[in-house]
Design a protein around this ligand. Structure first.
Ligand SMILES: NC(=O)c1ccc[n+]([C@@H]2O[C@H](COP(=O)([O-])OP(=O)(O)OC[C@H]3O[C@@H](n4cnc5c(N)ncnc54)[C@H](OP(=O)(O)O)[C@@H]3O)[C@@H](O)[C@H]2O)c1
Length: 329
């Protein structure tokens, strides 16, 4: 019998990768005429191009809002697997909103209508930056995820939970509202400004690889129940990122190391982020100056040991259309 898999954030980067990989698993099974999964892709708006594309590819769209507990009950009824990712940036810095999303999903999934069939909950989370060798107290998207985790680990779902901690996406370098991107200067050159050293090691992964990890986990769900899986594919320094960028584009580019406060101010004044989001992103990046292993520490499994052929930074750079990227700046 096909398993019901409910994917939150299906129209986004993480959930999109999960949905596409599950669809692939179904298609590879097509000669037996039985689908492995019924894929339910959650969206607030089933009419967007991204949602329609998922529907055309074979996922069933289900409309729900994680901030509306009531809308989740029906969606989670009869689910065998649930992938949960909460939204942070869309929540304009209101950490209560991300927290509410997570708690609503936990509450709805804890109802007998879901618990009776449930085989696994995969929760996309992050480590506790407040409990690192150098502590960072103000990263709202880390803190709200830990608050959701606390509730999860004391809920009726706790025996079936797997947490996955993701490193920074390579994709942020070209698509992160400007946060991780090189900034164009009036003379046409670029500056990459981060609150870390030129040789600080940033943990990275390609978000397009996430679905592969999720399919590994659900092939043997009990092995991963109550475990934390880290997802880091490689570490790279700002100098390495810039070297690739220069080579791929032919433009001049320099690195500038700034303080956490300077980076926060830049996000507030140049990119108009609210103060607490700017501080969160500044501390998030600063973490890698002092705690480069943060995503790997205190975990049970590493994606690198479970999967072959993870995308590298070089793969990512080769796959970019840099001409269009530069033209858009
Ligand atoms: N960027 C990184 O390097 C990185 C690294 C580790 C972890 N993260 C975490 O990744 C998360 C974001 O995931 P992403 O990159 O996949 O986001 P994304 O591409 O911006 O997509 C956001 C998704 O969330 C859905 N969504 C937002 N609010 C919703 C709501 N109220 N109810 C239902 N669905 C809602 C959206 O669906 P609809 O609009 O279709 O409803 C969309 O599918 C954040 O929590 C962030 O902290 C990011």
């Amino acid at each position: 019998m096909a398993k019901n898999f409910v994917v939150f954030g299906a129209t986004g980067a993480q959930g999109g990768s999960v949905t596409l990989e599950l669809l692939k698993a179904c298609n590879s099974n097509s000669n037996t005429n039985t689908n492995k999964y019924n894929i339910f892709a959650v969206t607030r708006n089933p009419h967007t191009p991204r949602a329609c594309a998922l529907s055309s590819a074979g996922a069933t769209l289900v409309q729900a809002n994680m901030e509306d507990a009531h809308s989740l009950q029906e969606v989670l009824k009869g689910a065998h697997f649930i992938f949960v990712v909460t939204d942070f940036l869309g929540a304009d810095g209101n950490s209560d909103r991300e927290l509410r999303q997570g708690l609503n999903v936990i509450e709805a999934a804890s109802s007998p209508a879901c618990l009776d069939t449930l085989e696994g909950v995969i929760w996309s989370s992050l480590p506790d930056a407040r409990r690192q060798p150098v502590a960072y107290e103000n990263i709202v998207h880390f803190n709200s995820k830990r608050a959701i985790s606390e509730r999860l680990w004391s809920s009726p779902l706790r025996t079936k939970v797997t947490e996955v901690w993701l490193a920074a996406y390579y994709e942020n370098f070209v698509n992160s509202w400007g946060i991780y991107e090189p900034q164009k200067q009036p003379d046409g050159s670029y500056i990459l400004k981060y609150p870390i050293n030129a040789d600080s090691k940033i943990p990275f992964m390609s978000v397009t690889d996430l679905g592969k990890l999720i399919t590994v986990i659900i092939e043997d769900p009990i092995k991963y129940h109550t475990k934390v899986v880290s997802f880091v594919s490689e570490w790279h320094t700002p100098l390495e990122l810039l070297e690739s960028f220069r080579t791929a584009t032919g433009v001049e580019a320099k690195f500038q190391s700034v303080t956490t406060e300077e980076f926060k101010q830049h996000l507030e004044t140049s990119l108009h982020f609210p103060g607490n989001v700017a501080l969160s992103m500044a501390e998030n990046l600063s973490c890698y100056r002092t705690n480069p292993n943060m995503i790997m520490d205190y975990t049970d499994y590493a994606a690198k040991d479970l999967l072959q052929g993870l995308r590298t930074w070089d793969d990512f750079v080769r796959g970019q259309d840099w001409k269009s990227y530069l033209a858009s700046k």
